[in-house]
Design a protein around this ligand. Sequence first.
Ligand code: HEM
Length: 141
Amino acid sequence: MNEEQITRIRRSWALVASDRQTFARVFYAELFRLAPETRALFKPGMEQQIDKLSLTLAFIVDHLDQPDPLNAEVRKLGALHRDLHVTPAQYGPAGQALLAAFGEILGPVFSAQDARAWAAAYELLAREMQHEPPPGGATGG
Ligand code: HEM
């Protein structure tokens, strides 16, 4: 992530963060529209998940320039998603849903360059989440 991308990400996140639950709600509505089969992976009630996702996004945006805490958190998330049997193919629609949620909430204020910055961040994030640790590998302890 270069500085300009981080600035774009932080600026657009700041515009939705005052109502981050709404952002997460729109995100899941988009995800379930784009990939309806993913709905069954989640518990019926989404409120807790909406809270967790929005808090995690806030953490990620805050730590984009701090690779150590960011990667530690993202690897934990990745392991959790492997346990949940989230497949690599499901990361695509989640990325699209993220951009669609910004577009829906911010309209033209969310520029094509903002979208590219988020797409780049999501790609890094998704790749790191799917990175399998070596068998019996280091736990960092
Ligand atoms: C960068 C991408 C993603 C982020 C930041 C993210 C974030 C999260 C967070 C924070 C949680 C809650 C973890 C906890 O309980 O401690 C979660 C759970 C979950 N995520 Fe993701 N996720 C991502 C991608 C995906 C994708 C692609 C799918 C598949 C459609 C997915 C499906 C799930 C499911 C099924 C749960 C458990 C929900 C439940 O307990 O009902 N996630 N995710």
